[in-house]
Design a protein around this ligand. Structure first.
Ligand SMILES: Cc1cc2nc3c(=O)[nH]c(=O)nc-3n(C[C@H](O)[C@H](O)[C@H](O)COP(=O)(O)OP(=O)(O)OC[C@H]3O[C@@H](n4cnc5c(N)ncnc54)[C@H](O)[C@@H]3O)c2cc1C
Length: 596
């Protein structure tokens, strides 16, 4: 059955963030189940490469044998896995963003190599592809895409991480048009063995700009490997620029426009990181199930205990939600790019358009995988805490996902602020919707009847309620603080979380509806996963909204808002335990992640 949402939509091209105030999308969302044969083929190629070549190399990578990492990147290049974003004319295979996600998910099963791979494909290729001159593209891309040379991306410095634009590295133009760069970049992935670096430095100490710097240029050296908590199989070093000589032709983009490159690369990096997180989480769920089935206590496998089954189901449910958002966003970006994937400005425009979704995905993906690896350690008990089992390494490897590609705090703060900016520019009708909603929820109750025996219909109604809660909060916060809302970070973070819950719940429900129509035999499992996501979203939204409202309003206004919230989130009871038990049964009989 197909369910109705909040407000009518038009068939105009989708805009980033518009789903928050819009009703059901005019066309079906992209889902993992709707992937085509090309995607399935490249997924198989990538998965085989990871299981037969990357996984056996992990010990060598952890021992920092970077020649092995280079060989693996080269092999990935031979298989076409590095060039999904790159047109054939530049040595790539020119596929869509969904294909990049499929490959990223497969590689994500080995997070240390995925970091090397991500720096090569996202951080080195994308800046040159989207902002390089044709000459720069021809000079560098075919060799990076084939894996002949290794790339790295140098934005951060010891004093400027989140505040990347306050970098101190500087570039001075010489009389012959070439550049001298000085400074030290920090935490550079692939730093120990990369051949080419995208380096951000300020021209004359003021104009933030980007350069393509080769290791062979005079004055370029790498510092020592960092001693990290995790990702021991990935190289992280400083990059030292001491009067480094960079030819005139290696300025990337325009002087003073480096922020455009940095932010767009981050947009794409966040979206792709979420794919690596889902890939990693799928591998870990498989491990958790296998262990739970083999480990016996009290005379039976621990997989038979409700406490453990609850964990397996919750890992799956959270993974399902991120995967649903991820492929929906890939579909939105691919639709925006259409047939114009060869045009860099179109690709950059699409990445910018869906920057809100990318930030949501970065936070949700990294927190989901953190949860999954943590529960995996718990399922492993004492064995989860020792190095004999991979659970311990997964736990350490996942921690940085919440830090790089913009910390989760920065990404959380970005979501409402980007929405408000777009609304004020007139591009998104969010503020009108928030005002209309406030009048609606403060007025007499008018709940539409939803069939009690259709849990997915109930979940769709819950999605609508969570979206309304997000709008109510955003509208109330703007009314209370206006231009100074950005200074109220605690409120902004709560609003951000409710918005993300709404996106997760809606994407899951839309996916479950589509999957149920396409394959009745799997409909019930999809419905369970989506209903759990919607149910949890409502609970999380209610808790966040109550905390925010207590700060946003006082007296009668507060009472009215809380009453509106109660009315909005008055959802039917849902047997979450029953749904999780069914998911756990299916997971244990399949011995791994259930979907896609
Ligand atoms: C393994 C690893 C690999 C990396 N690879 C690369 C790479 O290849 N290239 C590269 O350029 N960088 C890389 N980085 C750096 C990474 O991007 C930064 O660590 C990250 O951006 C955070 O910056 P920071 O460490 O300076 O933290 P800080 O910016 O100092 O943040 C510290 C804390 O303060 C919070 N905070 C900061 N500003 C605000 C604010 N305005 N409001 C609220 N809270 C705030 C942060 O969220 C965080 O919790 C890597 C880091 C690691 C650990």
């Amino acid at each position: 059955m197909v369910h109705d949402y909040f407000m009518p939509v038009t068939s105009a091209p989708a805009r980033g963030g518009e789903w928050l105030a819009a009703g059901r999308p005019a066309s079906p969302i992209a889902t993992p189940e709707s992937l085509g044969d090309d995607h399935r083929l490249i997924r198989q190629t990538a998965a085989e490469f990871v299981s037969t070549e990357v996984a056996p190399a992990l010990d060598d990578l952890e021992a920092k044998k970077w020649a092995r990492a280079r060989d693996l990147v080269r092999r990935a290049g031979d298989l076409g896995l590095l060039g999904t974003d790159v047109p054939e004319s530049l040595g790539g295979v020119g596929l869509d963003k969904a294909a990049s996600i499929v490959v990223g998910e497969a590689v994500g099963a080995c997070p240390a190599f995925a970091t090397t791979f991500g720096a090569q494909t996202g951080l080195a290729i994308i800046p040159i592809l989207c902002f390089g001159t044709p000459e720069q593209q021809q000079r560098y891309l075919p060799r990076i895409v084939s894996g002949e040379i290794i790339g790295a991306y140098c934005l951060s410095e010891s004093g400027s991480g989140s505040d990347a634009l306050s970098a101190r590295a500087r570039a001075d133009r010489q009389a012959d048009g070439s550049w001298i760069l000085n400074g030290e970049k920090m935490w550079i992935t692939n730093g120990g063995f990369a051949d080419v670096f995208i380096v951000f430095a300020k021209v004359d100490g003021t104009q933030f700009s980007a350069f393509i710097v080769e290791r062979g240029f005079a004055g370029v050296t790498s510092g020592k490997e960092e001693h990290k908590m995790g990702l021991h199989g990935s190289s992280t070093t400083p990059l030292v620029l001491a009067d480094a000589k960079v030819p005139a032709g290696n300025l990337l983009g325009e002087v003073g426009r480096g922020h455009k490159i940095a932010f767009n690369v981050l947009n794409y990096g966040r979206f792709k990181l979420a794919g690596m997180c889902t890939g990693s989480a799928k591998a870990v769920v498989g491990e958790a199930v296998a262990y739970a089935l083999s480990r016996r206590q009290f005379g039976q496998p621990i997989a038979t205990f409700g406490a453990i089954r609850h964990k397996l189901a919750e890992m799956t449910e959270r993974l399902y939600a991120v995967e649903s958002m991820l492929y929906r966003t890939a579909g939105l970006i691919d639709a925006a790019v259409g047939e114009r994937g060869h045009d860099a400005s179109v690709v950059v425009g699409a990445l910018e358009e869906f920057a809100i979704e990318s930030s949501i995905l970065k936070v949700a993906g990294s927190e989901m995988v953190s949860f999954v690896v943590d529960e995996n350690v718990q399922i492993h008990g004492g064995n989860g805490f020792v190095r004999d089992y991979p659970a311990e390494r997964h736990y350490r490897d996942a921690r940085v996902d919440r830090i790089f590609e913009g910390t989760n705090e920065i990404n959380r703060l970005l979501v409402p602020s980007m929405l408000v900016k777009r609304a004020l520019k007139g591009g998104l009708p969010i503020l009108d919707a928030a005002r209309a909603l406030r009048d609606e929820v403060m007025g007499p109750a008018s709940a539409a009847a939803v069939p009690a025996d259709d849990p997915l219909a109930q979940a769709a109604a819950t999605v609508s309620a969570v979206k309304k809660t997000a709008l109510l909060l955003l509208g109330s916060a703007l009314e209370r603080y206006g231009d100074t809302l950005a200074d109220e970070q605690e409120i902004v973070m709560l609003v951000s979380d409710v918005i993300s819950e709404a996106f997760a719940a809606e994407s899951s429900v839309l996916r479950a509806e589509a999957a149920g129509l396409a394959d009745a035999s799997r409909a019930a499992l999809h419905a369970d996963a989506a209903c759990l996501t919607a149910y949890d979203a409502a609970q999380a939204a209610e808790a966040a909204a109550r905390t925010a409202i207590a700060r946003l309003a006082e007296g009668d206004d507060r009472r009215l808002l809380l009453a509106a919230l109660r009315r909005l989130l008055k959802i039917e009871p849902f047997d979450a335990i029953g749904a999780r038990r069914r998911l756990a049964d299916a997971i244990t009989s399949r011995r791994g992640y259930l979907f896609a």
